[in-house]
Unconditional design. Sequence first.
Length: 231
Amino acid sequence: MRILLAEDEGQLSRVLKMAMTTNNYTVDTAANGQEAVDLAQQNPYDVMIFDIMMPVKDGIEALKELRASGNHTYTIMLTAMAETDDKVNGLDAGADDYITKPFSLKELLARLRSLERRQDNYSQSTYSLGDTTVDTSAQNLSSSNSISLSKNETQLLVFLIANAKKELSTTEILTSNWGQQAQVNAADLWIYICYLRQKLAAVKSSLQIKGAEGGPYQLIETGESNDSTPA
């Protein structure tokens, strides 16, 4: 999993990053809420861990901004505040879970492992953006009409929808979708991108995948039907 850690206490941030990295997680760090927002808008993450009390923009403000922009990444709030109202405020802002400081590294790592298991065992069946919907159970893409998708095409398009507007490198896409030891390579990815472009055009979707062979790639919503394949 790729994790965004936003924590302004330098020593704690380093300890948490080391612990998560040792457990094979990829971790990016931010020292304030605005840095966290900027990173989350640029990169795909599986989990975001936000401290509430941060400079420039606190964790709740940062999360509200990201949720308002359509970012639904699973988020854990770190807080020294133990009052019920503070926890409620965090959850109301869009947090999925919280851990009250001080906490043990074992607890945090256990929650991450639990989240990994849930992600492996559960996925929603439909994903939508603009006028376009992907049904993962039926492996179907629909807009003005519908068309079938392969398993890999479905997985890739869902990932692009979840990270719409972000410029995604080939490495980020391959690692997030098929892991470090994936059989899918950069050449395969380009083929899937080309297939998806054709299929989005075929159903007259307003979604387009930008980018040349080798990436980066970016899914955008044009606001009008896609009757041709973008360059």
